[in-house]
Design a binder for this molecule. Structure first.
Ligand code: ATP
Length: 513
């Protein structure tokens, strides 16, 4: 199956099985806004818990807060969002479709990079064991030609962005002969800047109302609370403040399901360090965050780092952790060394000191910040797309299964009486009443057992427990594993421990390095 079809199937599976619905669907939806259904909400909550626990519970020096979405408007002046939270926008005059000019160029470069990888893979297959990849990349004429072309575009694009030269950004698009994917035409408007913040009015009477913004990132809620948390929590540098919550961006192009939404959720952590120590911590968090992703058991090949070409004016280092989505490698998480920019800006605009007294150095300073910022919805899409499988079974039948990491699965255990009689439902209910205090379980007695297994596979339930006539006498049940479909007979007395061992969040957290 090609990747486009796969992505379409994932989207329709999400809807059919209660993971994700379009917002206000009965009114034909609202563009780039989505609702999480009964299973989606659980999966999302579990991803958030995995993040929160690994950040806050497992780090003595990180605490979590929950700041409001509305903030004093000066916050956004100080942070630079009012003046500079823009994306370069370009319209195709024929299709009337709007694009991000930077994305059009980046996608062009990605296509060249994909060609390089194709050449390398082909050569690898041809030369086998004796293949020297490094040498090949340096010397193969075709690969060198592609690499030079990509580098040339990147350098030119970087210079245009640094000089805020929008005419040059357009010229790059023209020179590369980039066409609109919808109309196929190269009839482009000029490139313009577009501010991504949503604004609204606060106040009961319109004359008194002041314009406020829906936060475009959660980070500023942490910066403005830096002193409150540091003092009340008696935090010593280095320390972190973590937060999860909604953010809003009026994205120019929002066509990739929950990858780019106008209302989304972030999981951010700002780590405050001594000036001069930031590179050490930047490397630490880069590694730690990648390890957190890989710990989920999804193939290592699906992740890669991407160092930023153009650093934001406040950053002295920045990279993304990219994930191989059905539409290619794209940013999943950002790790940024933000210097003392934000705290200094808030000092300047608020007139309040945002400093730390370092007892070891006997000196006051504005701490430097290393941040980790991951989109919860993108994380959801990464996990969902890596877990979705359409399998052909040995007996010729087919199943759709979500191989979700067990600790993240919405339903942990399905309890299934083999038949709807002879006391089996009653026995099944006794289990459920016990297990439900620790795990989200589902009871299902409708249809043949095979059909019930398929329903659980489709929502990613790791374990099914079947109660049959023997269970009544020998106090054992059948446990069926989602991924292998193997079945095992186990004593009822061992059940709870067994379930915990397989689906517990503890195991996932303990595996973190
Ligand atoms: P992009 O380049 O894709 O627009 P960004 O660099 O603007 O992303 P950041 O500002 O670094 O993103 O935000 C941190 C994280 O928040 C991103 O890595 C991503 O996971 C998530 N995120 C950002 N914008 C969106 C969005 N519109 N929808 C869903 N998630 C988002």
């Amino acid at each position: 199956m090609n990747q486009d079809d796969l992505f379409k199937n994932i989207i329709s599976h999400s809807k059919e099985y209660g993971f994700i619905f379009q917002s206000s669907e009965i009114y034909d939806g609202l563009s780039a806004v989505y609702d999480y259904g009964q299973y989606g909400a659980e999966l999302k909550k579990n991803i958030r818990e995995y993040w929160w626990k690994s950040m806050v519970q497992l780090h003595e020096n990180i605490v979590g807060i929950d700041a409001a979405i509305f903030m004093h408007p000066t916050t956004w002046k100080a942070s630079g969002h009012i003046d500079a939270f823009n994306d370069p926008l370009i319209d195709n005059k024929d299709s009337k479709k709007r694009y991000r000019a930077d994305v059009l160029i980046e996608e062009y470069v990605s296509k060249i990079e994909a060609k390089i990888e194709k050449e390398v893979t082909k050569a690898q297959e041809r030369f086998g064991e004796s293949f020297n990849e490094e040498m090949y990349r340096k010397t193969n004429p075709r690969v060198v030609e592609y690499a030079t072309e990509a580098e040339g575009i990147n350098t030119r694009f970087k210079a245009a962005l640094e000089a805020s030269d929008l005419a040059e950004v357009k010229q790059i698009i023209v020179d590369l002969q980039i066409a609109c994917p919808v109309s196929g035409s190269r009839n482009w408007t000029d490139v313009r800047q577009f501010n991504l913040m949503f604004s609204t009015a606060m106040g009961s009477v319109s004359e008194d109302a002041s314009e406020i913004y829906l936060r475009p990132e959660t980070a500023q809620g942490i910066f403005v609370n830096f002193r409150n948390v540091q003092k009340s929590g008696r935090m010593k540098i280095p320390f972190g403040i973590a937060q999860t919550g909604k953010a809003f961006r009026n994205e120019i192009v929002a066509r990739q399901f929950i990858f780019r939404m106008r209302e989304f959720e972030q999981m951010e952590m700002q780590f405050f360090v001594r000036p001069g120590d930031e590179m050490k911590w930047y490397e630490y968090w880069k590694e730690t965050r990648l390890a957190w992703h890989k710990n989920l058991g999804i193939s290592d090949k699906k992740y890669r780092y991407h160092d930023h070409l153009k650093l934001a004016h406040y950053a002295n280092a920045a990279c993304d952790i990219e994930f191989d989505f059905p539409f290619g490698f794209k940013e999943l998480e950002g790790i940024h060394s933000r210097t003392d920019f934000d705290l200094k800006q808030h000092e300047k605009h608020s007139g309040k000191k945002l400093q730390y007294f370092d007892p070891e150095l006997n000196q006051n300073y504005v701490p430097y910040v290393v941040e980790t910022s991951v989109g919860l919805d993108r994380m959801f899409l990464a996990i969902l797309s890596a877990s979705y499988k359409e399998e052909k079974l040995e007996d010729g039948s087919e199943r759709t299964v979500l191989n979700l990491p067990p600790a993240l699965a919405p339903i942990k255990v399905a309890v299934l009486p083999l038949m709807k009689k002879d006391g089996l439902p009653e026995m099944a209910r006794t289990f459920l009443d016990e297990l439900k205090f620790d795990f989200l379980c589902q009871y299902d007695e409708k249809d043949a057992i095979g059909k019930r297994y398929r329903r659980q596979d489709a929502i990613g339930t790791p374990l099914c427990i079947t109660i049959d006539h023997d269970s009544l006498t020998d106090k054992t049940v059948t446990i069926r594993y989602r991924d292998t479909m193997q079945q095992e007979r186990i004593a009822i007395s061992e059940l709870k421990n067994k379930v915990e061992e397989i689906v517990g969040m503890k195991k996932l957290l303990k595996a973190l390095k």
